[in-house]
Write a protein that binds this ligand. Structure first.
Ligand code: NAP
Length: 269
């Protein structure tokens, strides 16, 4: 039986754990509180309380990782909550503790690309325009140094299972960039994408996981709010240069991946 350890077993990590357990993997999952650890136990995950800080890792990381065939890093940069969070340094510490026989599946973000980079795919050089993007990219560079021991997935905005940006935007005013494309991906598609990589042994890759349905933000969120009886969002009329459209050009070729929930509609969330 293969063991997968998920560092950051939150909204996405738990969904991945649930699927892997059903496929007979042993799953270790980390959270930062005992209470959340108890919830993990109820779905069959062996819980660990671990926190990756800028200068150390608290908790029993050695046991968490010792039997793992694959480590999935699925904790966010955390810079919005703590401006002093150094995500790149945190990932470097995790890598320093990674046993040599353990593969790494690293959850990164399309945030490595600047908002005005236009159409980008896996061959495009990311030029981040914010601190968080720089840190994500710096972390990716450390992961890439592992070569065929690791794969990076750059995720679009995550929707599904109670999460959809239309919920947050409903009734808001002055929202920027109405003509910018959406770059979303549904939780179900991400879980299938991760499972395909693990089961097919696709290592040494940097992949984009973003729904191929890119709509204009203004139209999309207005329609989604309309259909669901939410207060309509008001978009700014000011011009915006924001035009990032992130394409997944690799996964179909590598492992025949197709997005089931390409539209990322509110009704699926
Ligand atoms: N949300 C998006 O739209 C989006 C977009 C692109 C990429 N991503 C990436 O997708 C991954 C999963 O995101 P998510 O939405 O599932 O996140 P989430 O729901 O916030 O879950 C994050 C998990 O990581 C744990 N965690 C947070 N900071 C940590 C730290 N410093 N050390 C150790 N554990 C820590 C949390 O513990 P507690 O449960 O105890 O809080 C939680 O279990 C992340 O890598 C994120 O960067 C997300």
């Amino acid at each position: 039986m293969k063991t997968v350890s998920i560092l950051g077993c939150g909204w996405l990590g738990k969904a991945v754990a649930d699927t892997l357990i059903k496929k007979s993997y042993a799953v270790n999952g980390s959270v930062r509180s005992e209470k959340k650890g108890k919830t993990l136990k109820t779905i069959g995950v062996t819980p660990y309380i671990i926190q990756v800080e800028n200068t150390g890792i608290t908790g029993d990381f050695d046991s968490f990782i010792s039997k793992a065939d694959i480590l999935i890093t699925a904790f966010p940069p955390g810079i919005r909550q703590d401006p002093n969070a150094n995500y790149a340094a945190r990932i470097k510490q995790v890598l320093a503790s990674l046993p040599s026989n353990c593969k790494l599946l690293h959850m990164s973000s399309i945030g490595v690309f600047g908002a005005m980079q236009g159409e980008v795919n896996e061959s495009t050089l990311p030029i981040p325009d914010r601190n968080v993007g720089e840190q994500l990219l710096d972390a990716e560079k450390s992961v890439m140094a592992l070569g065929t021991h690791a794969t990076i997935i750059r995720l679009g905005g995550l929707v599904g299972d109670g999460r959809h940006p239309a919920k947050q935007l409903a009734g808001k005013t002055g929202i920027s960039a109405p003509t910018a494309p959406t770059n979303l991906v549904h939780q179900i598609d991400v879980v299938n994408f991760i499972t395909a990589i693990i089961e097919g042994n696709f290592w040494g890759e940097t992949l984009h996981c973003v729904s191929p349905s890119h709509q204009q933000r203004g139209d999309f969120y207005t329609k989604e709010c309309e259909k669901n009886g939410l207060a309509l969002p008001q978009f700014s009329k000011n011009k915006s240069g924001r035009n990032k459209k992130v394409l997944d050009t690799k996964s179909a070729e590598l492992f025949g991946f197709t997005y089931q929930l390409a539209g990322c509609h509110f009704k699926d969330c």
